[in-house]
Design a protein around this ligand. Sequence first.
Ligand code: UGY
Length: 281
Amino acid sequence: MARNTYYAPKGGLPPQTQLIHDRAVFTEAYAVIPKGVMSDIVTSFLPFWDETRLWVIARPLSGFAETFSHYIMEVSPKGGSDKPELDKGAEGVLFIVEGEMTLTLEGKEHHMELGGYAYLPAGANWSLRNNSSEPVRFHWLRKAYEFVDGIDVPEAFVTNENDIAPTPMPDTNDAWATTRFTDPTDLRHDMHVNIVTFQPGGVIPFDETHVMEHGLYVLEGKAVYHLNQDWVEVEAGDYMWLRAFCPQACYASGPTRFRYLLYKDVNRHMVLNSSPAYRGR
Ligand SMILES: NC(=O)N[C@H](N)C(=O)O
């Protein structure tokens, strides 16, 4: 009689549930990085950050299209950085999802906790420390700021999402609203990082198809998202990354509200191939 052969590697196979639920997708139009794959084996580290690890969930890829990078940072007690950003041309947003930390920005200390949001203009002078006894987890979105002659660089600010009233989308019975951290008509800003909230059953009822790229990190709830030609189920902890013009719609499919942190690039000309900037690409 044939004997059984065991192929399982020493560490064991992933549990069956994980195989079923991991829904990672990478296409030319979009990517989905489910929370299940943001595990210990895909962490990164950064120069001049102590007691810190991170998950890089978006980065510029082709040099033509993707404008931003997005990290999930985890800073252990006493960790942080006195030299966090090495690129003087990079602006950033920090958004706290767990724990607390001290941000020193242009010489002023800010205690930041859940829902805390900081805008860091290109060239800002900042450092960060976790003085608490628990890890702090936050999102860090970065983009090369597109300077424009005659337009000032926006000033730094620190706030909390709870201090900002969401703006409802017209004609949605408040089922769809956006917490805006910057004024959409303020042309100093070339990126927006907002929070979009749907009440259960709320929808984006048509395929939005637009020039802005997106990074969407699901903060709460569940939904079915239409991405290009596919319907994808997403829930809290999942990430989606959409290239320019990727058609997108959704409906909030769970019993609780569905919310995500949304990156988009805004308010700037496209680089044309007649431009000297193009030749560097
Ligand atoms: N997928 C989205 O939430 N898109 C937004 N309506 C937006 O483009 O601002």
